[in-house]
Write a protein that binds this ligand. Structure first.
Ligand code: ZN
Length: 293
């Protein structure tokens, strides 16, 4: 099995994986979606009653939205998640009570009129836990309205709730294989032109009176438009053959895999966790099987 990374940014990744099977790449997809842990806000405490600013002005602790909606929105904010630093609450030494090894605490203190953004959440303690995606709007406060909130984040994964899913757009496609038999084209250009024109991804071109693929074959979405055009214009195809000049197949041993993360961790960290998780699962499976003898 071989990986070739084609695009890597802080929060997205695209790679080609060869000598593998559909079930293995799907396993990777499922681990990226459901097993990679991240921190997310789980408990939110709203201050009730009047809130005073430094000048002594009094605000009502109300907002146009129900507290439940604000708590839900807070839960979905991507919290920086260094997986080396945190344990899940269940396995932490504090036995689930909450401590710096399994919990990040945040404070939000805003007075209207203003829009409250994700970046207004301030970590209590280390500033490295400040929200990176800081312009997610949460709620608009009117004049005399204020919010004072304490929120705690803890570790979870996508199986528990989607707010603990650090990845999005996780998907793969079979590597496109386009074969062109130029001998089957009769009267050359007409049908070739049609094939070039109909391709939505501009993969085909005519070179030296032959239809060939350009170097962006990977963009092929296997829409089969070129094949349909050939089937609809059979008069341009050599009479001797019932075959069409183009065939498009997906290679089931080679895949193009893409995913993004929500800024709670880098794409590299999420992928490294995935490979380590799979290694653990397969080792465990091997041990269980060997015990059967
Ligand atoms: Zn703890």
């Amino acid at each position: 099995m071989k990986f070739k990374i084609q695009e890597l940014t802080d929060y997205s990744m695209k790679f080609v994986i060869t000598d593998t099977t559909p079930s293995f790449v799907n396993t990777m997809r499922r681990v990226l979606v459901a097993e990679v842990p991240k921190m997310a806000i789980e408990d939110v405490e709203f201050h009730l009653g009047p809130i005073r600013d430094n000048a002594g002005k009094e605000y009502q602790s109300v907002s146009p939205l129900f507290d439940e909606i604000i708590a839900h929105r807070l839960g979905l904010i991507p919290i920086p998640s260094d997986l080396k630093l945190f344990n899940s609450r269940e396995t932490c030494k504090c036995k689930g009570e909450g401590c710096p090894n399994c919990t990040i605490m945040y404070n939000l203190n805003k007075k209207g009129p203003c829009t409250v953004y994700s970046g207004d959440l301030e970590p209590l303690g280390d500033s490295k836990f400040s929200i990176k995606e800081d312009l997610i709007p949460l709620v608009k406060l009117d004049k005399d309205q204020a919010l004072l909130i304490y929120a705690t984040a803890q570790l979870g994964n996508g199986k528990m709730h989607v707010k603990w899913q650090p990845t999005s757009g996780v998907g793969y496609k079979y590597y496109p294989q386009i074969e062109i038999d130029n001998k089957l084209f009769k009267n050359t250009d007409d049908l070739m032109d049609k094939c070039v024109e109909i391709c939505p991804k501009n993969i085909l071109e005519i070179k030296a009176k032959k239809l060939v693929t350009r170097d962006n074959v990977e963009d092929c979405i296997m829409c089969n438009s070129c094949i349909e055009v050939c089937a609809a214009h059979k008069k341009f195809i050599s009479d001797k053959s019932a075959e069409l000049p183009l065939t498009i197949k997906g290679d089931d041993t080679k895949f193009i895999f893409t995913f993004e993360t929500d800024t709670s961790m880098t794409a590299k960290e999420a992928f490294a966790y995935t490979l380590k998780f799979l290694e653990g699962k397969f080792n465990n499976f091997r041990e269980q099987v060997s015990k059967l003898k």
